[in-house]
Design a protein around this ligand. Sequence first.
Ligand SMILES: NC(=O)c1ccc[n+]([C@@H]2O[C@H](COP(=O)([O-])OP(=O)(O)OC[C@H]3O[C@@H](n4cnc5c(N)ncnc54)[C@H](O)[C@@H]3O)[C@@H](O)[C@H]2O)c1
Length: 329
Amino acid sequence: MTTLRVLSREDVRRALPMREAVEAMKRAFAQLSQGQAQVPLRVALPVERHNGVTLFMPGYLAADDRMAVKIVSVFNDNPARGLPLIHALVVVVDAGTGAPTAVMDGTYLTALRTGAASGAATDLLAREDARVAAVFGAGAQGRTQLEAVCAVRPIETAWVYDVDPGRAATYAGEMADRLGIPIRVASTPAEAVRAADVICTATTSTAPVFNDADVRPGTHINAIGAYTPQMQEVPAETVVRAKVVIDHREASLAEAGDLIIPLQQGLITEDHIWAELGEIVAGVKPGRTDPEEITLFKSVGVAVQDVAAAAAVLEAAERLGLGVEVSLE
Ligand SMILES: NC(=O)c1ccc[n+]([C@@H]2O[C@H](COP(=O)([O-])OP(=O)(O)OC[C@H]3O[C@@H](n4cnc5c(N)ncnc54)[C@H](O)[C@@H]3O)[C@@H](O)[C@H]2O)c1
């Protein structure tokens, strides 16, 4: 009998703690960089009549023999109707038989895997003695960014900056309770950046969110927002003086304004991109080699992250008996 396990957002949260998600991302990125993953270009289906787009993102991890597809919709009129801007679902398919085995909430899973990628990058690139984090953007991603950084370094204080101070204040209260550390709301970007050992930018901004002059030597930056060639979160000057690591070379050269804009301005060449994160996981290239260097992880998001996270969630859910099993017959 073909059964499908259905997992809610809460089931996903219970099944995969952040520290385990970080390790799952390292394995996924290593497979991606070693040519052991299939990530066909995502298919975008625009629905202009309803001011929305639905994306279909499939992926296969060969060494893990795991396959899944994420369906994610961004419908711009939803917030005005009191509905979420983004809806996402992940379907896990058995790589041996092709049978669908699970469906799960993809919205929290996306935030979890995006945070976990930054956690992996922070673990491999940040200074061991990093104690202060700064987060730009007090949204869904900003929350899992901080959770992930705290999972890999003993962070003692965090700063948050958002152009909407109310959102920053809510974030500070919620995340201080969740992580048990003081979270301070910065009144300017400079206040947060000057204090930080690790910076995460997780905004919807189209222009750099801080000044390069405020970034101290030795800082590690995770930049996960800007996802089109025109968008930027990180100043070009910072990109120029940083060791730049990316999630996926092809995707970031097509989508990451943070790199494409300085490339177009002739400030860097493609050789400036030091490595894919998976190359560092696999030991093909070293990560940080100098305590004074600035390291930058630029992520645009890759389907292998969803596959790895969903597979890990499903394994834990089967073990823990989470979710509901539905017969398809
Ligand atoms: N790299 C990835 O894999 C990945 C995955 C998911 C989402 N994202 C991207 O991450 C970004 C954040 O997503 P989210 O779901 O958290 O969005 P969100 O709308 O929940 O939060 C974004 C926050 O950024 C704030 N902001 C905008 N401009 C700012 C600025 N200049 N300085 C400080 N704060 C600013 C907004 O006020 C808002 O609070 C989006 O661009 C999204 O597309 C990337």
